[in-house]
Design a protein around this ligand. Structure first.
Ligand code: SF4
Length: 374
């Protein structure tokens, strides 16, 4: 009975992610706006306080999408895939898109989208790469401007009270996600299902996601499946589809993915937005150099945080998955590798495109990496 309840909750997370476009269209029908966010550096609290639903733009596996994007072939598949989806009309319900700079590619596809006028409102968040007082003030001022723009677009007034309520909701989500991450093995939830919990947090209304997380955390612990006693793996990735494939490969060869690290969710969830007098300043402090996207975080801290996750999860090996032509991740790995070698962390870098054939070619490498850990 208990596992039946857990299964029902998990199905809600899965559907929250898989049926996201239908859910957004329903939301629009109720007269409210939807705002696309390109990566985790967009402070969703401001969007939420203005009454819009913040929705992360995410990759979908469909080979035709890259061709539709007609972007240069050496750009990453993520930007081509999302551009293809936008051109194909899969995001026709969006009132706007906010881009928080992570890399040159995501910064500049914005210009192409602006040229094509793909949505009524496109906005670059001028995210400083520093986190000192001047940077926080600058970013807080830009977020204040963003709030005024969203109000003018038909959103509700972003009062301090509303913004604090939104911050509180997202902080609760971060706390619950962290609790989920640390207890998902004892809850008996598979790595693949855990990814649905993370993925749905990027597209569902935060209130619903919090409620589902609370229900899930209340379900009783379950014993580990006896078949899954192989080496524990920490997976570090950007692309969700590719991560699902790698998890399947790891499990096929007797391993277990015991922890994960995604720029757009798990890592985003690490830091709470602090309580400050000014909520915009609090958001600036909470986000600047706290969402450890490649290149936007001290490499030493990144490496230490991964080493700490290896320890706390009991992982024996780390798989670092890079999407082909993603310079941001490729460069980060090159720096982190030295530290992993120095600290004796067994690790492997995989690079692939977001399609089944490309991932299947990694088959033998995953198998031999797991064997090396036994
Ligand atoms: S971070 Fe990598 S995958 Fe994401 S847009 Fe930039 S190059 Fe593409």
């Amino acid at each position: 009975m208990d596992s039946e309840i857990q299964g029902q909750i998990m199905e809600k997370f899965r559907q929250g992610f898989l049926a996201r476009h239908q859910a957004c269209r329903q939301w629009k029908k109720s007269g409210r706006g939807v705002m696309g966010c390109f990566y985790g550096l967009v402070p969703r609290e401001v969007v939420h306080a203005a009454g819009f639903l913040p929705v992360q733009l995410l990759e979908e596996r469909d080979a035709r999408l890259e061709d539709k994007a007609r972007l240069l072939p050496f750009l990453c598949g993520m930007s081509k895939n999302i551009t293809g989806q936008i051109y194909e009309g899969r995001y026709e319900y969006l009132d706007g898109i906010l881009v928080g700079t992570v890399c040159d590619t995501n910064r500049h596809v914005l210009d192409i989208w602006a040229h094509r006028k793909v949505v009524p409102y496109l906005r670059l968040l001028r995210t400083p790469s520093k986190a000192d007082h001047a940077a926080w003030k600058f970013y807080a001022a830009d977020l204040r401007r963003l709030a005024r723009e969203l109000e003018q677009m038909g959103g509700q007034e972003v009062t301090e009270k509303r913004l604090w309520e939104s911050i509180e909701l997202y902080n609760q989500n971060r706390i619950l996600m962290e609790r989920f991450r640390s207890s998902r093995n004892t809850l008996g939830i598979s790595a693949q299902d855990a990814l649905y919990v993370l993925a749905s947090s990027l597209v569902m209304p935060v209130e619903n996601h919090n409620e589902l997380l609370r229900s899930l955390l209340q379900t009783p612990a379950r014993a580990w499946d006896k078949k899954s006693t192989g080496p524990g793996i920490l997976i570090c990735a950007m692309n969700l589809n590719m991560a699902w494939d790698i998890i399947r490969l790891v499990e096929e060869y007797g391993g277990r993915v015991v922890a994960d690290d995604f720029t757009i969710n798990a890592r985003y969830g690490i830091s709470l937005v602090p309580r400050q007098e000014d909520p915009f300043l609090a958001l600036a402090i909470g986000y600047l150099r706290r969402v450890p996207a490649p290149g936007l975080y001290s490499f030493q801290e990144r490496a230490e945080s991964l080493a700490q996750q290896m320890n706390s999860s009991g992982a024996q090996g780390l798989i670092y998955l890079v999407q082909l032509y993603c310079d941001a991740y490729a460069m980060e790995y090159a720096v982190l590798k030295e530290k992993f070698d120095l600290w004796g962390i067994p690790h492997m870098r995989l690079e692939a495109e977001d399609n089944s054939a490309s991932i299947q070619q990694l088959n033998v490498r995953v198998q031999s990496f797991l064997e090396s850990l036994i």
